[in-house]
Design a protein around this ligand. Structure first.
Ligand SMILES: NC(=O)c1ccc[n+]([C@@H]2O[C@H](COP(=O)([O-])OP(=O)(O)OC[C@H]3O[C@@H](n4cnc5c(N)ncnc54)[C@H](OP(=O)(O)O)[C@@H]3O)[C@@H](O)[C@H]2O)c1
Length: 99
């Protein structure tokens, strides 16, 4: 299905596993450029490697970031921008105030 997102620049927070990883893969299947972020660098590298094997190294990158920290989110945005642009930002990482 052509969703009109081919070539778009996408960020998925929490993209190294679970729902975020699945979302990143769906964007990649549509031909988007995707940056995934997570805290655990080993798992992040593994996810980037797996996705790069399927969709090409130029389409996927990983940025270590704790998305509960404003400074990390700013760094993530700067690292993910392509031609000064991010088209889609998926705030997949959530938290619970009760935790
Ligand atoms: N699965 C469900 O049934 C369900 C239902 C309702 C809501 N949700 C919500 O949907 C989101 C994803 O769920 P999931 O089941 O896919 O979770 P998951 O399998 O535990 O994956 C969470 C992902 O987010 C990353 N992450 C967690 N905290 C982070 C932080 N502070 N900064 C950056 N990355 C962070 C994790 O990597 P690192 O640990 O390496 O950072 C991992 O990549 C969560 O917010 C969850 O509460 C899930």
């Amino acid at each position: 299905m052509e969703l009109g997102i081919r070539g778009k620049n996408v960020v998925v927070t929490g993209g190294s596993m679970g729902i975020g990883y699945a979302a990143a893969e769906l964007f990649l299947q549509e031909g988007a450029y995707v940056t995934i972020a997570a805290r655990n660098e080993e798992r992040l590298k593994k996810a980037v490697y797996e996705l790069s094997q399927k969709y090409g190294e130029e389409h996927i990158r990983g940025v270590p970031a704790d998305c509960s920290k404003e400074a990390d989110v700013k760094k993530l945005a700067a690292a993910a921008a392509r031609e000064d642009r991010i088209d889609i930002w998926v705030n997949n990482v959530g938290t619970n105030k009760l935790r």
